[in-house]
Design a binder for this molecule. Sequence first.
Ligand code: NAP
Length: 256
Amino acid sequence: MGESIRQRKEEVAALRLGIDLGLTLIDTAEMYGDGVAEEIVAEAVEGRRDACFIVSKVLPENSTRAGTIAACERSLRRLKTDRIDLYLLHWRGRPRLEETLSGFEALSDAGTIRYWGVSNFDVQDMGELYALKRGPVCVTDQVLYNLRRRGIEAGLLPWCRDRRIPIMAYSPIEQGRLLRDRVLTAVAIRHRATTAQIALAWALRQPDIMVIPKAATLAHVRENRAALDIRLTDQDLAELDRTFPPPKRRGPLEML
Ligand SMILES: NC(=O)c1ccc[n+]([C@@H]2O[C@H](COP(=O)([O-])OP(=O)(O)OC[C@H]3O[C@@H](n4cnc5c(N)ncnc54)[C@H](OP(=O)(O)O)[C@@H]3O)[C@@H](O)[C@H]2O)c1
């Protein structure tokens, strides 16, 4: 969102409809649309800020202690709010993790952020994070996860599960590339649902996984909300496993 001025109205309307339907967690980042996505979120949550849970992210290049604090303040101005509910390091960069965590701690102490976490961290990064004094305060790892990108099941997901860290699955419908799959279509027909809904329901059947689909089309927002009510059967899951098999061994974390 925030990448084309022509779509702004539609994007705000989609976020507002999402809030109406209870989709109140909104994921954004200083990077998206060079800050414009955060301005769109501000417009969408106006008058309803307290009902929403806003997630934003600091770019690695800004993630020194002082840089993290300054980036957060810029985000707050664009978001027109006094706090970010969850603030993530977008991916690992050059600054030492201690630096970023020190920035997160200062922001938490000031009440400027409520929680912090990371994104695109693989098992080794999480291990390094957890070895730090403040590391276990991390509340989530936001990573690429969908039927076609199941790599985390062989390493990161169990690692996080053991420590009760929920995963935020980004690109849960593979940016639309999953939608025409034949097996997904067959499962969708059985549920009188769409393929996007089945892809979302597949990830959401796991209670410690949340999904953050991007939808700027009102019909997509409605569909995505309804995906929360779909329960996949053992037969559905077995068919999906045959077409999108779980990983046999651990590989590097994929990113988009
Ligand atoms: N942490 C990271 O590094 C990272 C990286 C990538 C993404 N993300 C986050 O994850 C969010 C989602 O990821 P994404 O945008 O890459 O991929 P995505 O959510 O898998 O796909 C978005 C695309 O799917 C379409 N769509 C949404 N719901 C649909 C439905 N029910 N039926 C058919 N099409 C549907 C959208 O169209 P319309 O817009 O027209 O509705 C859009 O073109 C992003 O907005 C961002 O917040 C994080």
